[in-house]
Design a protein around this ligand. Structure first.
Ligand SMILES: NC(=O)c1ccc[n+]([C@@H]2O[C@H](COP(=O)([O-])OP(=O)(O)OC[C@H]3O[C@@H](n4cnc5c(N)ncnc54)[C@H](OP(=O)(O)O)[C@@H]3O)[C@@H](O)[C@H]2O)c1
Length: 332
């Protein structure tokens, strides 16, 4: 049985391993519709109850696939998961002044149509600029959309720890999505405890550092031109922290080789990386992306691994301190 957690103050109870819906939408090279559908079904069949997506993942393609899967499952009488989407990246820029009710409301309507629902479960502001968190009127706009019955709850997806801390101050924010993995440990210093204290759900994204922490890459690995691991390697299209968690590729590979001997018997590197995230009680749900059913199955299985020992946790921390921290710690 997969562990579950209350999702902040929403009253929802979610399985701690969820599903990230970016790769099934866009920016990860070729992913077939059949594989995407199979990945979603596999995850849900194995107990996942939380899906993350966004309007910009393939111009609503990821949302439409999720809608199809939910329709198929409804026909079979299966329970619906919580679906979290995101809006705001279709604004002309992520400057705070753009996050008005008039600009955001049409995005919400588009998501309602793509997901084929009357009310959205959770809408997250998709990495707005830092200044946005200092504008209460932005959160008032989200309150209004909630009052109008367009969304059940709203949250934010942040780039930086400080944005997450600031977001916790708004009573309407039920969740914060943040990059948290063996290569991004700063949220564990202060943010996670505060979020837990305020009963705000934490969604841990990019848990595999875009696949780097699966241990399957080498110095010669090639990525397709339409894969962000090729086209955003240096932050050419969006925040470089979203690609390999912002860790220089070769440094990441070297750190993975130091982590490898710590692998628990019978676990894959990907499962080890996911189990590390789940060692942090404040994490409500971790959302690994998966491009096919096999990956989805392996990722869910991480939920049944035994806890990592304090010695292993300390060794992982030491590798982070020595090899990774200088590249990421003060940047996000
Ligand atoms: N700004 C935001 O709000 C934001 C940004 C980024 C992500 N997210 C969300 O967070 C989710 C997770 O992050 P992510 O997808 O960027 O990165 P991730 O979860 O760290 O890595 C996902 C990728 O790793 C590979 N993989 C997954 N499971 C595997 C397994 N068991 N064995 C081997 N390889 C495996 C797959 O790619 P390959 O097979 O191609 O290697 C997969 O697409 C996203 O899907 C999205 O929902 C949100």
């Amino acid at each position: 049985m997969m562990q579950t957690r209350p999702f902040g103050r929403t009253g929802w109870q979610v399985a701690r391993i969820g599903f990230g819906g970016w790769a099934i939408g866009s920016a990860w090279g070729a992913v077939t519709e059949a594989d995407s559908m199979a990945a979603l079904h596999e995850a849900l069949d194995r107990g996942v109850t939380f899906l993350d997506t966004a309007d910009v993942y393939g111009d609503h393609a990821s949302e439409r696939l999720i809608a199809r899967v939910l329709r198929e499952r409804r026909r079979r009488g299966q329970d619906a998961p919580v679906v979290a989407t995101k809006i705001g990246r279709r604004l002309p820029s992520q400057q705070a002044a753009n996050y008005t009710y008039d600009n955001l409301a049409p995005f919400v309507e588009d998501c309602l149509r793509s997901l084929a629902v009357d009310v959205l479960d959770l809408v997250q502001l998709h990495c707005p600029s830092t200044e946005t968190y200092y504008r209460p009127e932005v959160f008032a706009a989200m309150d209004r959309l909630q009052r109008e019955g367009k969304l059940r709850h709203y949250g934010v997806s942040v780039e930086k720890v400080e944005e997450g801390l600031k977001a916790l101050e708004y009573p309407g924010v039920v969740s914060v999505q943040i990059i948290f993995n063996m290569f991004r440990q700063r949220p564990a210093e202060r943010f996670l405890a505060l979020a837990q204290q305020r009963q705000v759900a934490v969604i841990a994204r990019v848990p595999l550092a875009s696949g780097l922490l699966t241990g399957k890459f080498g110095p010669g690995t090639q990525f397709a031109p339409d894969d962000h691991r090729q086209f955003n390697r240096h932050g050419e299209s969006f925040d470089v922290g979203e690609t390999f968690a912002g860790v220089p590729y070769d440094e990441g590979l070297a750190a993975v080789e130091e982590l490898r001997p710590l692998l628990p018997a019978g676990a894959t590197m990907a499962q080890f990386a996911l189990r590390w995230v789940l060692m942090h009680e404040a994490v409500s749900v971790v959302i690994p992306g998966a491009r096919n059913a096999g990956q989805a199955r392996m990722n869910v299985a991480a939920g049944s691994l035994a806890p990592l020992s304090p010695a292993t946790m300390a060794q992982i921390r030491a590798i982070y301190e020595r090899r990774i921290k200088p590249y990421v710690h003060q940047r996000w």
